[in-house]
Every structure is written in structure tokens, then in C-alpha cells.
Design a protein around this ligand. Structure first.
Ligand code: URA
Length: 290
């Protein structure tokens, strides 16, 4: 028996003993994966493991992970909500319909699906290039954004503009900027789960229409929602995961940087990775797996 077949036999034995001990999930680890610069990465086929020289039999095949074993995955699963509460009101658009960003914006403009709607001055849908290669996702509008109806126009917004223009080296109007929530939470408190539930179809549709090549998640809420994980932002930042196949890099929120300027150097490191991918100088190395 050659070396690979012997390895496969040993692995099969190990997996059988794990299954006998009640283990029903085996980690695929965190193999480093390089993402090609596909025009529509959401539709790119998933990376496959190389074919073994001696093919294992079907029973072995079913048990052997398809990717090379490596250290444990880093993404902690989203907690299931215990009480999902009542169903939100129906969506004001058909999620399967072909539509432009302008049409989507017009449809959601009067939204009152969650408790934030009645308190807003303006719904903050998003701003920028509808064909952007880079979409930047923040948390929720603050007072300035609520007043103007445009995301990231306050102090955090000025910091974001510098991040985009001076570090990633793209004019701000070339990218698209939006938030998880489209309405301001009172007193700038954190988004609540029922608010995210009501608002997330809008962001899903925005991203489906734009189909960017790269997403930058700002802060815990954006990163955890896009990557569907509860892993803390400190462990997500600087690493690429995927949202619907699209490389998604997380970093600290600019509002956090205003309070913690010492962490600017970490964000600089992260943004340089985004810059290299954006300008086609490097490929996104996906390190975060579910
Ligand atoms: N913070 C955000 O997350 N989004 C904004 O639009 C403004 C501040």
C-alpha cells in the first residue's frame, strides 16, 4: 500500500473512532486559500483539494475532508436567537427581482419595519458608485448621518475618508459606503438583533446588485454579520473571510480609532491588505472559514 493510501486508511480509522465517540463534525481547519480575481467571485466555484494519487474507495471518500487538514477554524458560529419574536412586516421589494440601487432605495425609503423607523430624520441608504469594486460596510447612522441622510459624514466619516483616499488610495466617490442599519439607533446605542433582522435584506440586496470584488467591514457588527460569526473583532481584523463568495476584510471601526488612536497602526496594516487586493497587486488570502 502506498503512503497516501495508508494515510487514508489511518484517517478513516480515526474518523470512525471519533464517530463512535459521538463526534459528528470534523473541522476542515484553516488552510490558506488564494482567491483568484474573478469578475463575480460570488459565482466562482469553491476551491477543491488536489486529487490524491490513489483514489480512496467511496466509503473513505465520504469521510475524508476535501481540504488539507490544518489548525482549527477561527470562526465561532452565530448564536441561535432564542426568541425570534413576531415576524417583521413584509419587505417593500421583491428580493428576487432585478432592480437598480435607485429602485431599491426608493422602495425602502418609507420603511417602518422596525422600531427605529418612526424616530429617524432620514433613512441612510448608502452612497457612492453603484458599480463599485469595493463596498465598505459600517454599523449604523449617527446624528450627523441621520440629519443628512448620508453615511459617514461626521467625525468617524472624516476618518473613513482618509482611510479610503490616503491609504487605500481610491477616491471616496469610487467606492460604495453603507451600514448594517439604515436608521439611527437612539443615542447611538448598539444595533439590536430585531433591528438587524428587519434591515439585513436591504444590505443583502445592495450587495447583490453591486457585486463588488471586495468588501471592507468596519467594526464588530459589520464583521460579525457579514461573516456570520460571533468571533470577536480583535480576532477577525486583518483577515479575509467571505461574504457570499466575495472576499471580506474586517478592521476596527473609525469611531473606535477616534477613541483608541494607538490602534491606528493595526488598521493601517489591514487597509494595506485591502489596497493591494483592490489594485490587483495581491490576491485575497482567505484565512477565516466557517
Ligand atoms: N458610524 C457608522 O457605523 N456609520 C455611519 O454612517 C456613521 C458612523
Amino acid at each position: 500500500m502506498n503512503h497516501r493510501a495508508e494515510l487514508a486508511r489511518e484517517l478513516l480509522g480515526h474518523l470512525r473512532s471519533q464517530r463512535a465517540a459521538g463526534v459528528d463534525y470534523v473541522s476542515l481547519g484553516t488552510p490558506r486559500e488564494t482567491v483568484p480575481q474573478a469578475a463575480h467571485p460570488a459565482t466562482a466555484p469553491p476551491a477543491r483539494a488536489p486529487e490524491p494519487e490513489t483514489a480512496p474507495n467511496p466509503e473513505q471518500q465520504a469521510l475524508i475532508p476535501q481540504a488539507a487538514p490544518a489548525p482549527a477554524p477561527t470562526l465561532a458560529p452565530m448564536a441561535k436567537r432564542r426568541d425570534p419574536g413576531p415576524e417583521p412586516p413584509p419587505l417593500p421589494f421583491d428580493p428576487d427581482a432585478d432592480m437598480s440601487l435607485d429602485q431599491l432605495e426608493a422602495a425602502v425609503d418609507g420603511c417602518l419595519r422596525c422600531k427605529l423607523g418612526p424616530g429617524r430624520t432620514n433613512l441612510v441608504f448608502g452612497v457612492g458608485n453603484p458599480a463599485a469594486n469595493l463596498v465598505i460596510v459600517g454599523e449604523a447612522p449617527g446624528a450627523n448621518e441621520d440629519a443628512e441622510g448620508i453615511p459617514f459624514v461626521g467625525r468617524a466619516g472624516q476618518m473613513l475618508t482618509k482611510m479610503i483616499e490616503n491609504v487605500i488610495e481610491v477616491p471616496r466617490q469610487e467606492v460604495y459606503i453603507c451600514n448594517i442599519l439604515k436608521c439611527r439607533p437612539p443615542g447611538n446605542r448598539n444595533p439590536e438583533p430585531d433591528e438587524i433582522d428587519c434591515c439585513e435584506p436591504y444590505l443583502h440586496k445592495q450587495l447583490a446588485i453591486i457585486q463588488p470584488r471586495l468588501i471592507l467591514a468596519l467594526g464588530k457588527f459589520a464583521a460579525q454579520w457579514l461573516l456570520q460569526t460571533k468571533t470577536p473583532i480583535g480576532r477577525l481584523r486583518g483577515k479575509f473571510g467571505r461574504y457570499q463568495g466575495i472576499p471580506c476584510l474586517s478592521t476596527y471601526h473609525p469611531a473606535y480609532l477616534l477613541r483608541n488612536p494607538r490602534d491606528k497602526r493595526l488598521v493601517l496594516e489591514d487597509l494595506l491588505k485591502a489596497k493591494a487586493v483592490y489594485h490587483g497587486e495581491a490576491e485575497a488570502e482567505i484565512e477565516l472559514f466557517r
